[in-house]
Design a protein around this ligand. Structure first.
Ligand SMILES: Cc1ncc(COP(=O)(O)O)c(C=O)c1O
Length: 373
């Protein structure tokens, strides 16, 4: 099996679940908090809907869901395709970048560290992936992106707020990347699945870069913002010239997305007050503080996330290899993700997801482990 047949993620989860002791799972990005109330209400109501509502919905997604997204994001809903999560949205975007270029050896520019599914998708599309290291604080190194950009580059793929670094890219950085892409006639794909998890107030969607709307594709989902990774409701916003081809691909692969899930998301989008998202953000902030305080005590290096819900840590004498992550599972009872899963730049690090309410237990266990080792 190669890496995209079985991502490292599944191996670590499997290892942790087979352990003989209690493990604090800080591997997955599956929210452990409640979805909005309106989401559950929408699902209950759907169960009693007419049988006709249980049949195929529009392939591009339910109209009112697309219109709500369009209104919130100030864009034309005709350019929105509802997808099976951000995962399918990223696939459609990357496939479109390859399809609409006339490059023989298509290449994607990715950051290093990177969310591992992007290189997996590049390889699925017979394209290469060039990893461009970010600055030490996780922010984009524009000069390095400029140097790496070539006539083979079909798209530059970004994720902000970022998994795994927690960096939130500002508007100027996004603009610089779009300008580089314009010079080489490439697309920019921006995955904004963590847009509700911005602690800086600086996050701005790439959709607001009005000078580059013809080459920016934004992807997102409700998986994280509504704590429903199992629902598989996401979306992609394409430039008008690309949306029809992407829609055809979406239709041929999936026919259409799940209708009850879209209905419930649409209800929740309409009825959920901003306080829901703010309260989840506060929970994550507290978890960040609890966990980074423990890392500080241990004397580890760590990232201070500006967004998303992951902390990366580097422990002296324990580089973030799969072997060491398994050792921490066995000896400390805490499971993280090896840094090597995210590229080369952070392969000494371990990523910890904050999707558990047992953060202080994890911190205590790590402190005890490192004090005794
Ligand atoms: C950066 C990033 N993009 C996309 C996804 C997948 O999102 P979805 O579950 O909506 O497909 C994740 C999941 O962790 C992610 O971290």
């Amino acid at each position: 099996m190669n890496e995209y047949d079985e991502p490292l993620f599944f191996q670590v989860m499997q290892y942790a679940s087979n352990a003989d002791r209690d493990i604090v799972d800080m591997v997955s990005g599956n929210p452990d908090w409640e979805p909005p109330d309106a989401l559950r209400d929408g699902l209950h109501e759907y169960a009693d809907a007419d049988a006709a509502d249980f049949q195929y919905g529009p392939s591009e997604g339910l109209t009112d869901l697309r219109e709500q997204i369009g209104a919130r994001r100030n864009i034309d809903s005709d350019n929105i395709i509802i997808t099976h999560g951000a995962g399918e949205a990223n696939y459609l975007a990357m496939a479109q970048a390859v399809e609409c270029s006339d490059v023989n050896t298509p290449e994607f520019l990715l950051t290093d560290p990177v969310y591992p599914y992007y290189p997996g998708k590049a390889s699925l599309l017979d394209a290469t992936a060039t990893h461009v290291p970010v600055h030490d604080d996780g922010h984009l190194n524009i000069d390095a992106i400029q140097d790496a950009a070539s006539t083979d580059t079909v798209a530059i793929v970004l994720n902000t707020p970022n998994n795994p670094t927690g960096a939130v890219y500002n508007r100027a950085a996004l603009n610089d990347v779009a300008a580089i892409a314009a010079d080489i006639d490439a697309l920019v794909i921006v995955d904004e699945v963590y847009d509700h998890f911005d602690f800086t107030g600086d996050f701005e969607s790439a959709l607001t870069l009005s000078s580059y709307t013809d080459r920016i594709i934004v992807t997102s989902a409700f998986s994280k913002s509504m704590a429903i990774t199992g629902f598989r409701v996401g979306y992609a916003v394409f430039p008008p010239a690309l949306v029809d081809a992407a829609q055809t691909r979406h239709m041929l692969v999936t026919v259409s997305g799940s209708r009850p899930a879209q209905r419930a998301v649409s209800d929740a989008l309409e009825k959920t007050p901003p306080s829901y998202y703010a309260s989840v953000r506060n929970t994550i902030r507290e978890r960040i503080d609890t966990f980074t305080n423990a890392l500080e005590t241990i004397g580890a290096a760590y990232t201070e996330p500006e967004g998303a819900f992951y902390v990366m840590a580097r422990f002296d004498d324990l580089p973030g290899t799969l072997e060491n992550v398994e050792y921490l599972i066995d000896e400390a009872g805490v499971a993280g993700m090896p840094g090597e899963a995210f590229g080369n730049a952070y392969d000494d690090w371990i990523r910890f997801s904050l999707c558990t309410d047992r953060i202080s237990i994890a911190g205590d266990r790590l402190m005890t482990f490192f004090q005794n080792s």
